[in-house]
Ligand binder design. Structure first.
Ligand SMILES: [Zn+2]
Length: 221
């Protein structure tokens, strides 16, 4: 019965506030078929020259460009829960992600998450994990604020900026004390620049014995 009420509620909500394409404003969907067709999906991940590289594989959808850019900005700052589904459907239709033992995500600093009300990478990871039929779990926590990658000046600065920004999530740390660590983990992020954040997260997961760590990001800027 509850789901029936929900369907009716969503039907009226759609009537009152019909979704429109964030790329061109066309009514009907948050991403219309024309704008979807305009996205250039990377055939290969960008070459990030990470040294050392802890990521066994990296999947990045596309460049951080319109209309994906508008979709990601709206997702992060306005329509988190609604657009998580649109974005995970977009990912699901566009790239092949092989199942891993566990799906995890880049954590936000707790203060930032409180301010935003949600963690966008967590929501996306949960949606993707559901499609992959894999468990999604917190594995890391953010211990210090680092400068926004764009605010740092040199590439060297950007690469060292993230070292020691994460530590193992206490619950996950307890879990791996008594059980073997998952053999493979997929880490979900939203927008990457140098890839050093994903690489640092991969370094920590490998240090506790995870054999294969894969990275996923929506876009590369
Ligand atoms: Zn459009």
């Amino acid at each position: 019965m509850l789901s029936f009420i929900r369907i009716i509620y969503e039907f009226f909500l759609d009537l009152l506030f019909p979704p429109f394409c964030l790329g061109c404003g066309h009514l009907g969907n948050y991403l219309c078929s024309k704008c979807y067709a305009s996205i250039y999906f990377y055939p290969f991940p960008p070459n990030l020259n990470l040294e050392p590289n802890y990521l066994d594989k990296l999947i990045v959808l596309s460049h951080y460009d319109s209309p994906l850019k508008e979709l990601i900005i709206a997702y992060k700052y306005r329509k988190g829960k609604i657009l998580a589904k649109t974005l995970s459907d977009l990912v699901w239709q566009s790239v092949i992600i092989k199942p891993t033992s566990l799906v995890t995500f880049i954590p936000l600093h707790p203060q930032k998450e409180k301010l935003r009300g949600f963690n966008q990478t967590k929501l996306l990871a949960e949606n993707l994990a559901e499609k992959l039929e894999i468990k999604c779990q917190n594995t890391l926590i953010k211990t210090k604020h680092h400068l926004a990658q764009a605010a740092t000046t040199s590439r060297a600065e950007r690469l060292t900026n993230v070292v020691n920004t994460f530590t193992l999530d206490p619950k996950f740390a307890e879990f791996v004390k008594t059980k073997p660590p998952p053999s493979s983990v997929l880490i979900v992020d939203d927008v990457i620049t140098t890839g050093s954040t994903l690489n640092e997260a991969a370094r920590i997961l490998k240090s506790i014995g995870v054999k294969n760590v894969y990275g996923f990001a929506l876009a590369h800027d």
